[in-house]
Ligand binder design. Sequence first.
Ligand SMILES: Cc1cc2nc3c(=O)[nH]c(=O)nc-3n(C[C@H](O)[C@H](O)[C@H](O)COP(=O)(O)OP(=O)(O)OC[C@H]3O[C@@H](n4cnc5c(N)ncnc54)[C@H](O)[C@@H]3O)c2cc1C
Length: 399
Amino acid sequence: MDFSLNENQLMYVETVRKLVKNEITPHILEMEKAHKFPWAVIGKAWEMGIINLSIPESIKGFEIDVISSALIIEEISYGDTGISTSAMCNDLANVVIARHGTKEQQERFLRPFAERPILASFCLTEPAAGSDNSLMTSFIAKRDDGSYILNGSKCFITNASYASQYTVLCKVGKPTSNFMACVVIPVEPVTAEEIPDIGNQTREIILPAGGKIIIGKPEDKLGQRLSNTASVTFEDVIISPDQIIGDRRFGFKYIVDVLDYARPMVAAIGLGLARRALALTLDYTRERKQFGQRICDLPVARETITAMWKRVELARLALLKAACKIQERAEDAGIYASLAKNTAAEAAIFCSAEGLHLHGGYGFTTEYEISKLARDAHIVDIYEGVREVQNMIIGREIV
Ligand SMILES: Cc1cc2nc3c(=O)[nH]c(=O)nc-3n(C[C@H](O)[C@H](O)[C@H](O)COP(=O)(O)OP(=O)(O)OC[C@H]3O[C@@H](n4cnc5c(N)ncnc54)[C@H](O)[C@@H]3O)c2cc1C
């Protein structure tokens, strides 16, 4: 086993670090307070080729391997996990098309992302179907002319207010069906020109083929305030058969596939955040003196910093193993994806909470970035499957 990065991977890390150092870190607290959608950073990331990682080369995408993708997302997350969540969401929505779509579907639904900086949403969660997505009730029903009609509501959807395309998981035939389908709905493209910032507004999209999509007001979140999260309602949306990805009964299989890919990416988000918390805490405790010593030299504080470093390194090991397993499409990739997600979420929460503590009263103010990280960290333990669901997967596999 070799932990060294290849030339390409080193180049990606270097490129993203430059973006983070120049465009994110110096302004992050003002950006977060202003709560404006970070189109400028997303546009630059698109120009640099570090978003839309899963789009095949055949349609001018970068088709970046899983390990490199994780490294890129970790580095963006070192700058801000709201921005990386928004960027990563394009792959969350598009990887299913890249893996299971026909050549025509890939051309139609993925090429626009290679051509301009636009965003996608992955619509799985519903108000009554969170961890247990089999409870979803959004569904497509077949019409006499062979097309389908989609109705239902999704919640907590990343990028929803700005999305140019929605990948939607829904039941087939009736809300209680055992079958799930994956449908793709492209809409009029949205860039910074069309919607610079949605503010507190809703968005209504009338579809030329029939029906409408209503996006709720953005959620006012505890953390990751630079990502956009909103509800999405589909009202009588007409879906043609060529908008259905793969077999219309295998949506659940595709969700598992997407989540196995996405969980290490969330782990990368957690790892980036944990690393940033450790770096900020080292800087602060090297500077500040109490009891005649730098705080980092006080034995009990040193022990806490050591524990933070250990969490970061364990998260990195778990992430690399999961990424390798997914890259080689190993049968047991799922258990390692869950392990990586839980280990990184623990690292993010631990390092930001302990880091805040080592900043003392200053850490509790909004002047210090560590307080933002402590707010941001919690969602890593929740989205893409809460901690308990990951443990359920791990338990099921080992027993
Ligand atoms: C900022 C943000 C962005 C998001 N982005 C997206 C997105 O782009 N697309 C999308 O589809 N969804 C998205 N989500 C939704 C997210 O994936 C869900 O919130 C998550 O899966 C949990 O579902 P829930 O909130 O309904 O919690 P519930 O499922 O109601 O769970 C609540 C709590 O119950 C406990 N629990 C749940 N299941 C178990 C179990 N099996 N055993 C023991 N305890 C359990 C856990 O403590 C859990 O935290 C996002 C959410 C947020 C907040």
